[in-house]
Design a protein around this ligand. Structure first.
Ligand code: FRU
Length: 494
């Protein structure tokens, strides 16, 4: 290890230590109870999600020195149940010539009780002939192995720009690996010189020597760059997930700048396939660059970065930015992918409050239903209303609102009055399936985040709110008779 790396490690430790001391003195009310956050500074993509010998690992893109980001390293959390996480420190520093400007995103592949971590070593070529799109960076594919999930061996550079097809720009990154038969496959996101977003597939017999095999793209050009691709099966359905940059026009004008979604894959992804239309993982403001893992008991879990590159709305005084979504179990129902919080969350439910078939005609607050760390399940019935509103994180002046429009079959999230101090977009809307006015909402509120799961996970909408914590009221409001079921739990993670 060279002297600079040693200093970097010290600096990270000191920064985290200072933050811890500050929190011990002043409290840490800004921390989510349940969601993963950086100890200090900036967090983006989840990386290297896996389960090794019973323990879950979640690494993340981390820049501890600045809430606005900076050079990326991999921070590390572990957990026995995906809910209660323990911070383990930084595991991968940008300490090699091939990753000196960032240990970028990547994945973990488990075999023979070992963790094989593949990531992109980012090197920015800022001198000389700098061209950000075509030639301005090295995107090196790197492997590093851990035998215990705690310590890592030496990094090995596997591929460089020259090893990728020559019609690509320097934007090739975010390897994810799987095995089929006796062959290993790696998928990476890419941008061609013609501005076509696509995924590349490489193959290997030994996890070390890789060669380009094929590419995956949609029939018509779909965005200019696919980040963080992932390929996996859910209940026998093949899924290609990609975080796509450069979608504009039509429906995309009403959505986030960068999208994360998936295609269902018909056929063989290696050579003869057809991609379905692209479906969003999440319709809220704050969900990007998700990655999946398979648990030892065979579940497919998705975790996303709750925020995105173009919407940091956190208060200027805040020393951190970015968090992870709740881990979500994926399953297929009626031919579509559904997502629900992992079942382990139920073990943290306390203070159950239940209301059944109550009739609401105006604005009500229900005894026992309030709070900023709650799991709220709601069922709506009836045909005498057109709009049903749930106001949460309320203090009389501030609130965020979820509106179900029974006539239009839409769910809207509105944070206009959440106490935002930035001039930014405030509403997101999604069409939901028509169930003759019967709709189910599960709303996971954790201090500054709101994840809305509609109709048992058919659709999800995730957004951040930075409303002060004393705003904890929850109100229900209807413009006609609505029959309402409510189940509410507080969530306690010690
Ligand atoms: C996605 C992404 C990845 C990249 C990483 C850098 O959010 O842009 O493509 O590896 O973030 O932090």
């Amino acid at each position: 290890m060279n002297a600079l790396t040693r200093d970097l490690i010290k600096l990270v430790d000191m920064t985290e230590e200072m933050m811890k001391e500050k929190e011990q003195k002043e409290g840490a009310d800004y921390r989510e109870k349940l969601h993963l956050m950086p100890p200090v500074g900036w967090l983006n993509d989840p990386n290297g999600l896996c389960q090794l010998n019973g323990i879950y690992h979640a690494f993340f893109q981390y820049s501890p020195f600045n809430a606005e980001g900076g050079v990326k390293m991999w921070g590390h959390y572990t957990s026995k149940d995906m809910i209660d996480w323990e911070y383990q420190g930084v595991k991968l520093y940008p300490d090699q010539p091939f990753d000196c400007h960032g240990v970028y995103s990547g994945s973990a592949f488990i075999e023979d009780d070992k963790m094989y971590v593949y990531y992109t070593g980012n090197v920015k070529l800022e001198d000389g002939d700098f061209d950000y799109i075509n030639t301005g960076r090295e995107s090196n594919t790197v492997l590093v192995v851990s035998e215990d999930g705690k310590t890592f061996g030496s990094k090995k550079e596997l591929m460089r720009n020259v090893d990728y097809p020559s019609d690509l720009t320097c934007h090739v990154r975010d390897p994810k690996v799987w095995k089929d038969g006796d062959t290993y496959y790696m998928i990476q996101g890419a941008r061609t010189k013609e501005d076509v977003g696509q995924a590349l597939i490489f193959e290997s017999k030994d996890k070390i020597n890789w060669k380009f095999r094929s590419r995956v793209e949609s029939e018509k050009t779909f965005g200019y760059m696919w980040e963080c691709p992932d390929y996996f099966e859910v209940d026998g359905t093949k899924i290609l997930s990609a975080s796509v940059q450069g979608l504009e026009g039509g429906v995309w004008d009403d959505r986030n700048v960068y999208q994360s979604g998936y295609f269902m894959v018909d056929g063989n992804i290696l050579d003869d396939y057809k991609l379905s239309e692209y479906m969003l993982w999440d319709y809220g403001f704050d969900f990007y660059a998700p990655q999946t893992m398979e648990t030892e008991d065979g579940r497919r879990i998705l975790i996303g970065w709750m925020q995105s590159w173009d919407n940091p709305i956190y208060p200027d005084t805040q020393r951190w930015s970015g968090m992870m979504s709740v881990p979500r179990e994926l399953f297929i129902r009626d031919g579509r992918i559904c997502q629900l919080p992992v079942r382990e969350l139920d073990n943290y439910h306390i203070n159950e409050v239940v209301y059944k078939d109550i009739c609401i005609e105006e604005s009500v607050q229900l005894d026992g239903v309030s709070g900023r760390t709650v799991d709220l399940m709601i069922g709506l019935k009836g045909n005498q209303y057109t709009k049903f509103r749930i106001k949460l994180a309320c203090d009389g002046r501030r609130y965020s609102e979820i509106v179900y429009d029974r006539e239009k079959d839409t769910v809207t999230f509105d944070r206009t009055y959440s106490g935002l101090r930035k001039d930014t977009l405030c509403t997101r809307r999604m069409k939901v399936s028509n169930r003759a006015g019967e709709i189910k909402l599960r709303i996971l509120i954790d201090r500054y985040s709101v994840e809305i799961f509609v109709n048992d996970g058919e659709q999800v909408m995730t957004s951040l709110i930075y409303t002060p914590l004393d705003a904890s009221g929850i109100y229900f409001e209807s413009n006609g008779k609505t029959i309402l079921d409510v189940k509410k739990y507080d969530i306690e993670v010690l």
